[in-house]
Every structure is written in C-alpha cells, then in structure tokens.
Design a protein around this ligand. Sequence first.
Ligand code: F6R
Length: 609
Amino acid sequence: MCGIVGYVGSQESAGILVDGLRKLEYRGYDSAGVAVHDGKQLQVVRAVGKLKNLASVLQESPLKGTTGLGHTRWATHGRPSEENAHPHVAGGVAVVHNGIIENHLELKAELASGGIEFSSDTDTEIVAHLIHRALKDSERLLDAVRVALRQIRGAYALAVLSESEPGQLVVARNASPLVLGVGDGESLCASDIPALLEHTRDVIFLEDGELAQLSADGIKIETLEGESVTREPKRINWSPMQAEKGGFKHFMLKEIFDQPRAVEDTLRGRLDLENGDVVPREMGIDEAAAKQIKRVCLLACGTSYHACLAGRYWMEQLARVPAHAELASEVRYREPVFGPEDLVIAVSQSGETADTLAAMKSAKEAGARVISVVNVLESAIPRAADGTLYTHAGPEIGVASTKCYTAQLVALLMLSVYLGRRRGTLSADKGRDVLQALVEVPEKIRITLESKDKVFEVARRYQHVQHMLFLGRGLGFPTALEGALKLKEISYAHAEGYAAGEMKHGPIALIDEDMPVAVVMPRDSQYEKTLSNLQEVRARDGQVIAIVSAGDPESAKIAEHVLEVPVAPDVVQPLLTVVPLQLLAYYIADLKGTDIDQPRNLAKTVTVE
Ligand code: F6R
C-alpha cells in the first residue's frame, strides 16, 4: 500500500507534491520520491526513509516545473532503498505505482531477453519499460500506457509522466484506489482524498479498468478498451482530519473495513487454484525441507500469537505435522528444545517485536529452520529468518491490530496448504476446496461488515460493561481470545477469552445476570458442543452474544443477541467470526470515549521486553 500524487497546472509542482505526500504518509513511509518535468526534461529525486528526508533534499536543490508526480512507498517488492524508491524511469518515462504486478517475473524475463537492464528490484520498473517500449509505436502517451496495461496482471494505481509529452499525466487504475482532483486550470490525482483538498473539493473516482489523461485544461477518461467515459465530479465536504481517515472516525475502524482488501492483496498472485496449491516462490521452504519437518512451532506475541493458535490447527489438520503455538516471551527463557527437524514460524505485524525476534534467533541457533510471516518489509524479523511470507495488509496505524491479524491468518492458512501439498497429506481437490474458500473470504467479510449497525446496537447495550467473557472451541478459540484482547485494549474493560470446553472447569462460577458472554459458534464441526455451553450460560442468567453462521435457527431461540457471519467452510471461519468482535470492541470503546487509535500504555511496535 503506497501513496501516489500527481499535479499538472500552472503552479510549481514539487511543493504541491510533497504536501500531498505528507497527507498520504500513513500509506507507506520507507522511501519517497518525485519526478518533475521542467519543460525540457524530467528530473527525479528520491530518498530513503520518511518524507522529511525527501523534503530536505528538495529544499537544498529545488526542482522547477509545473507537471510532476510523487510517491511514498510501502515496500512489497524489493527492500526499502533509493534504487527501489519510486518514481521509476525508463527512457524518459517516469512511473509511480501502488499495488502489486502479479506477473512481474514473466514480464521481467521477457524484457531482459530483449536486452533491457533493470536498476531496481521492483515490479514497478517493469511497467516503466513496457510503456517506454510501447511509446515507440503509439501516437499518445495514453495509448502507450494502454498497451502496457494489457500485458499486466494484478492490482495497480499508476501515474505516468513522459519527457515527450510535457503538460500531461496519464493515470490508470485496477483494484487500487485513485482519485482525480478537478481544479481551476489544474488537475491532480492521488491515492486518497486528503492529498487533494488544499487544491480542490471536486473529485472524480476513477474506476477499475479506466485510464485518464490529466492536463491544465481538464481530465479525459477512457476505458481500457478505448471508449470515452463521462463522469461528473463529486463535491467533498469532509474536514481534512476526517478525510485522512477516509471518512472513518478512527484509523482502527478504517482498518477493520480495509480487511477485504488486505485479504485480497495477501492472496494476490500466490494461489494455483487449478492444482489446489500455493505458489512456492515466497514460502521460504522447499519441497525436500517440507517433507523432513517433524514439528512446527509458531512463535509470536499478542494478537499475532492468536493467529498462531489458528495456524496450529491448520498445520495439524492440513499438513498433518505436530504443531504448537508459543508465546515468544515465554519461549525465550524456557530453554526450549529445537533442532533441524523443526520448522519455526515467527509471526509479527511490525517485524520488530523484541521477544519474537529473540525467540526465533534462539531457535535458529539450535539448528531449526526459521521462516517468518511479517507485514513490514525488511524489518528485523524477516532479516533474521531463512524466508518470509509477507502479509500485504499495508501500514496499520491503529495500535490495536485488526487487518494485520486477518492477513496473518490468510498467510498461515496458505502455508499450511503449501506444506500439506508437499508432504502428501492434502490432495489437490482438498487443497482447491480450501483455497476456493479463501478466495471467497473478502466478499464474506464485506457482507459481515454490512451488519455494523446491529453490532453498534449490541455495543450500546453493553457500553458500561466492566467484565466480559469470550468463549469458542476449535478454530473459534483463537477468535474468542482475540475478541477479548481487542475489548480490553481499547475499552479498558476486563475481558477473558476461554476455550468453551474449559468453562465447566472454573469460569462458569463467574456467570450471573451481570456477565455478558460472547460465544463464537459458527456452524462448524464443534457447533453442537458450543451450543450446549451457550445453554449452560443462559441457565445461569448470563447474557449471550452469539456469533453465528447466517440463518442459524437454534442460537436465535436462546441467545440475547445474535451477530451473523456468512455461511462458510469450517477452515476459514476465524477470518469471519473475528470481524463482529472487532466491531463490538470498537463501538464499546467509542461509546466510552477512549483514545481508540492510541490506547493508554500501549505502543504499536514493542522493541523492548
Ligand atoms: C494487539 C496488538 C499486539 C501485537 C503484539 C505483537 O492488538 O496489536 O498484541 O499483536 O504487540 O506485535 P507484532 O505483531 O508487531 O509482533
């Protein structure tokens, strides 16, 4: 998830671009760059690190020119470095890109066989070369971009500036956001509305499969097939602060709603549905090693640990390998026994968590193969691992993790399928069923999010709650723990997650009319047993909030409140059932008025023990 901005008009563009990027820095911040056309040629400046580094280079050596584009990067292909920073240039064509080009390896090989040399590890540079090549046979930059796009598969929002056509930008979109700003004698584009608001409140949302040509005279939109599109601008009335959160009240809510996209991007280019398999490229473990593993150990802290608990089920079920999930802070002081037949998987959003890093290093020293599942590219954990499967959730700003949790679940399920296929424990047909269920998850999360008002009503009922229990079995257990953690982190209410089967062994003593109990009970193989727990809670006057599969007939008769998720195979349930619990925690906290994005005493990256 990167940020794009473009300007064409009569004002000096460099300052406008940097100001726009400042509003988009939440989308990525490992490097930034601008390309400006001074009427004769392109000038490009890039800098590693936060935007202030680029700003200070530009202050010392200002760029002149009234057409330009800029980018703030969240690395997905290639480590954060000046060479990998955007814009990427090929023969006078500068490109900035947000998204992932799925077929970049094939395209790179094809371009390389024609003698083209690359100066970065990015998928974006390939696009610049494709456009440059197409320009030789095209009358307009717009046509050359269209030719290039026909060769590309994947998600993109692109802005292109060519030395040969000063005074215009060409932009395109497929599955990554891009908004166009309609100004007075100027046109703009950006990944998000806040970057435009200083210049105009009239915006056009580019649709998937569309291109646009931006100039000082206005904006022309066409489809990929060449048909012209007429679309009236929309007037934006949000305050700048609201706009940065995309109209959401908090980053956390925005990130909860960003989950369908986070799941899609984490899956993108990694599935081989035909063979019921996962593409081996980034799995960090080859076939021979997958067969040799005798044990899997998943290591993490907090929310990432809850993802590991679900991962453990999948590893055992699909790859038939003994698996356990460990709190990294415990492992590192326990003198654990690791060896060459162990696969250790370190899971972390930030990639910097001190305990997870230390625990994985000690496993590695003991001879285990260590791979990681991480969101932040080139952070400490992937650097110390033998291989990494990155989650493409994009930057998470809210301290309480939401979209990175679901992206971690996706990555661990893919890894389990990958291991199962290599170890011969999962047939192509079964693998295909699991992956097909995963492909359907984003839409099912979208449907779940539509019932936000119902969750809000439940939150209103419990806004003053002091204690709450969360129960779940099997794959519902990690969801129960995660629901409880979300509630305590942001609302400061005391919450406990329990395996439903443990209820009789102690927590049932807590239940009375003042104790709300959230029961995770989708229609899965454990449903009947969890239903009995629900009845036991009701028999003691506990108030039940049941998280169920749509149309569940039993829970509605017994539970006080029913929150539905779409019907789905057991294996992907944790990706759905967690969503109402994230919303419940969010709305309770919001009604209480806590500082949701930065809850007291917490930090997003925990680099100390
Ligand atoms: C909870 C939360 C934390 C983190 C934990 C590990 O919402 O975000 O519990 O999950 O601090 O952090 P990472 O995943 O960065 O290793």
